[in-house]
Design a protein around this ligand. Structure first.
Ligand code: SF4
Ligand code: SF4
Length: 619
C-alpha cells in the first residue's frame, strides 16, 4: 500500500515549511536526498504538512479509485458519513441532497456515523462512571492515538479501550445490512485512511474518503444537487452524535459533566495543547486527576476538508444541522436501536509502536557545539522547525535533520567561508606578485644569458683554434670559422647555405677515425686530450671534452701545421721533454756523478731560438 502522505519531488520548492510544521519530526532532510522525505513509520497522519505546503507538493493517499472499484464490483458498499459533513457542505441547501448525491455514486446505503458516536458516547459514559480512580484519554482522534502509540507509549494503558465512532458504525451496519457489506468512511481526517488497515472483520473500514475526494468524485461523475431529489440517511439514525465534529461535542452526547467544579474531564484541542496535556498527564496525572478528551484538531477543520474553511462558521453549521435533525427525531426508535446494537464488542487494543530514538548524550552535545560553538542549549530561533536547539541536535543525531537547516550555523559557515576566501585571495595576490617578480628576474637572467651566449658565440668564432660542439647524434650545434676553414672547400660551401654548419652531420664531414673520438667521449663521458690525428695532408691535434653527459660534446682542434701552433707546440713539447729528461738526467747524474748541464743547455737553446725567431720557424 502507498504511504499515507508523500512529497511529490518535482513540485517541492525546498522551503522546509513542512519540516517546521510536522509535530513529530517525521520529515527527514538529508544532504543525499534532493527533497525532504516523509518517514511513514513516524508519521501520525495529522496533515499539518499538507496544509502549510503552498506549492501543494504533499499529497495524501488517494482512495477514490479503490472506492469506485469496490462499488463497480457489484458488492454492497455502505457509505459511513461523518457528521462534520454539515460543516463542509454549507453550500448544499438540504443535508438530504448530499445524502442523495453520495447515493448517486453507487453506494447501496448511506449511513450516519452520528449513530456510532451515540453508541460510543454511551460506552464512555459507562467507563467514566466506573473509572475506579484510573483516568483515561478518550480515543476518538486517530492522530492522538498514533501520537501515543509512537511517541508516548507509556500512556497506552490510559487510552480508553474503545473503537472510534466510525468503526462502531461499521460494526452496526454490517450487523444490520449483512456481514459481507463493504464500508467506506467519508470524513475530514486523513489518518482515518489507516483505520482500513486495522480492526476486526466486523468493524473493518474498507476504504476512507476525505470530503475533498468526495467533492472530486461528484465533479468526476457530474453529480449536481440541482438535478437530484431528496433522500434521507439509511437507518439507524444518530441523535446528538451530530455534535461530534466540535471537540467537546462527544461529552455532551455522553452526558459527561464538564462543570469546572463538579466535572472531571478536560477537553483539549490543537497540536501544542495535545503535546502539553499528554506530557502533564503522564508526569503529573495524580495532581490533575482528570480524564482527557483530546483532538489534534477539531474534526470540522480536519485536513480532508476544503481549504480556508472558517472554524466558527462551520461550528454554527454543525449546530444548526444537529438541531434540524432533532426536530422530527423519533427518540423511541433511536433508543431501541441503541439497545439493539449495544451488545456488539466496541473494545479495542492499542499497539506499542515506539518510534523514539535515543542518541547518546555525548553525540547530542557534540552536535550542539558544532551548531552553536558555545554549545548552549536554549530555545533557539525555531527556523529549523524544532522547539529548541537541543531538540534540533537530537534530530540531527537521529539522522532526521541536517545542520544546514539552522540559520545560525549556515550564516557562521558562510562567514567562515567568506573569511577563508579572503585569506586565499590575499595569498593568491601575494603569490601573483612573487610570480611577477620572479618572472622579471627570470626575464633579466634570460636576457643576460642570451647576451652572454652571444658574446661567447662571438668569442668562439674569433678564436684561432677550431672549435666544434656536437649533440649526441654528432650533429653540429656550434662550429667556428676556424673549424669550417680547417674542413676545407666543401664545408665552406655548406656554411654559405647553413651558417655555422648548424645541424650538419659531422660524419659526412670528417673521416671515421676523427668522429669516432667524439662518439667515444659521448659514450664514456670521458675527455680525450691532445690526440694527434691525420686529416688529409694535415696533422691535427684534438682535445674533446664532455659538456653535458651523454648529450653534448665539445672539441678544440688545432692544425699542427699552422705556424703559431707549431711554435707553441714545439715550446710546449720541448718543455715537457726537458722536464722529463731533467728528471732522467738527474738520476743519471746522480749515478755517474756528472751534471746534465750540457743537455739542458742544448734544449734551452732550441726554445730560445723559437721564441726569438718567429719568422724562421718554417721548415
Ligand atoms: S512545504 Fe512543500 S515545498 Fe516546502 S519543503 Fe515541504 S514539500 Fe517542499
Ligand atoms: S502528516 Fe503530520 S506527522 Fe505526517 S509528515 Fe505530515 S506533518 Fe508530519
Amino acid at each position: 500500500m502507498k504511504p499515507l502522505v508523500e512529497i511529490i519531488d518535482h513540485k517541492c520548492k525546498l522551503c522546509y515549511a513542512c519540516v517546521r510544521a510536522c509535530p513529530v519530526n517525521a520529515i527527514q532532510v538529508r544532504s543525499d536526498q534532493a527533497v525532504p522525505k516523509i518517514m511513514p513509520n513516524r508519521c501520525i497522519g495529522c496533515g499539518s504538512c499538507i496544509q502549510v505546503c503552498s506549492p501543494e507538493a504533499i499529497m495524501y493517499r488517494d482512495s477514490k479509485e479503490e472506492t469506485m472499484a469496490m462499488i463497480k464490483s457489484g458488492a454492497s458498499v455502505i457509505a459511513l458519513v461523518d457528521p462534520s459533513i454539515s460543516g463542509e457542505f454549507p453550500d448544499v441547501v438540504d443535508y438530504r441532497k448530499f445524502v442523495q448525491m453520495i447515493r448517486s455514486l453507487g453506494f447501496s446505503h448511506v449511513c450516519e456515523v452520528s449513530f456510532g458516536v451515540d453508541l460510543i458516547a454511551k460506552e464512555y459514559s459507562q467507563l467514566f462512571k466506573d473509572f475506579k480512580g484510573k483516568y483515561y484519554i478518550m480515543a476518538n482522534c486517530p492522530v492522538v492515538i498514533g501520537y501515543i502509540e509512537k511517541f508516548q507509549p507509556e500512556l497506552i494503558p490510559n487510552l480508553a479501550p474503545l473503537v472510534s465512532p466510525a468503526v462502531a458504525t461499521a460494526k452496526v451496519v454490517r450487523s444490520k445490512y449483512g456481514n459481507d457489506s463493504k464500508t467506506v468512511y467519508i470524513g475530514p481526517v486523513i489518518a482515518s485512511k489507516n483505520e482500513s488497515e486495522m480492526g476486526d472483520e466486523d468493524g473493518k473500514i474498507n476504504s476512507s474518503l476525505t470530503f475533498l475526494e468526495l467533492r472530486e468524485l461528484f465533479s468526476e461523475y457530474n453529480i449536481d444537487e440541482k438535478q437530484l431529489e431528496f433522500s434521507d440517511f439509511d437507518p439507524p439514525y444518530g441523535f446528538t452524535g451530530a455534535l461530534f465534529p466540535i471537540a467537546n461535542g462527544i461529552l455532551q452526547v455522553a452526558g459527561l459533566d464538564e462543570d469546572l467544579l463538579t466535572g472531571n474531564i478536560t477537553t483539549v484541542e490543537g497540536e501544542r495543547e495535545m503535546k502539553a496535556s499528554l506530557r502533564q498527564f503522564q508526569d503529573e496525572g495524580d495532581i490533575i486527576n482528570s480524564h482527557f478528551n483530546i483532538f489534534y484538531t477539531e474534526f470540522l477543520m480536519g485536513p480532508g476538508t476544503s481549504k480556508n474553511g472558517k472554524k466558527y462558521i462551520r461550528r454554527a453549521t454543525v449546530k444548526s444541522y444537529a438541531k434540524k435533525r432533532l426536530k422530527k427525531f423519533k427518540h423511541d426508535e433511536w433508543e431501541k436501536e441503541l439497545e439493539e446494537y449495544s451488545h456488539l464488542d466496541f473494545t479495542r487494543k492499542f499497539q506499542n509502536n515506539d518510534q523514539r530514538l535515543y542518541p547518546t548524550e555525548e553525540k547530542v552535545q557534540q552536535i550542539l557545539v558544532e551548531l552553536r560553538q558555545d554549545g548552549r542549549d536554549d530555545m533557539g530561533c525555531g527556523a529549523c522547525g524544532y522547539g529548541s536547539c537541543r531538540d534540533f541536535a537530537v534530530a540531527i543525531a537521529k539522522d532526521l535533520a541536517t545542520p544546514e537547516m539552522c540559520n545560525h550555523y549556515t550564516n557562521r559557515n558562510r562567514q567562515n567561508y567568506i573569511q577563508s576566501l579572503k585569506i586565499s585571495n590575499d595569498k593568491l595576490a601575494q603569490t601573483e606578485k612573487a610570480l611577477r617578480e620572479s618572472e622579471l628576474i627570470a626575464r633579466k637572467e634570460k636576457e643576460a644569458a642570451k647576451e652572454a651566449s652571444e658574446i661567447t658565440t662571438a668569442m668562439l668564432h674569433k678564436l684561432p683554434s677550431a672549435i666544434v660542439i656536437l649533440d649526441e647524434k654528432l650533429k653540429i650545434l656550434q662550429a667556428n670559422e676556424t673549424f669550417i676553414e680547417m674542413l676545407g672547400d666543401e664545408a665552406r660551401e655548406i656554411n654559405e647555405i647553413i651558417p655555422g654548419l648548424v645541424g650538419a652531420d659531422l660524419k659526412t664531414l670528417l673521416p671515421y677515425n676523427f668522429y669516432n673520438l667524439f662518439s667515444y667521449v659521448l659514450i664514456n663521458n670521458e675527455s680525450v686530450q691532445n690526440r694527434d690525428i691525420s686529416f688529409g695532408d694535415k696533422l691535427l691535434n684534438l682535445s674533446a671534452f664532455v659538456i653535458r653527459k651523454g648529450k653534448i660534446v665539445g672539441a678544440v682542434v688545432r692544425d699542427m701545421g699552422a705556424p703559431e701552433v707549431r711554435k707553441e707546440e714545439v715550446i710546449k713539447r720541448v718543455t715537457e721533454a726537458i722536464d722529463k729528461n731533467l728528471s732522467l738526467v738527474q738520476q743519471i747524474a746522480f749515478l755517474l756523478g756528472e751534471g746534465a748541464s750540457e743537455t739542458e743547455r742544448m734544449l734551452h737553446s732550441i726554445i730560445e731560438f723559437y721564441k726569438t725567431n718567429p719568422r724562421k720557424d718554417k721548415p
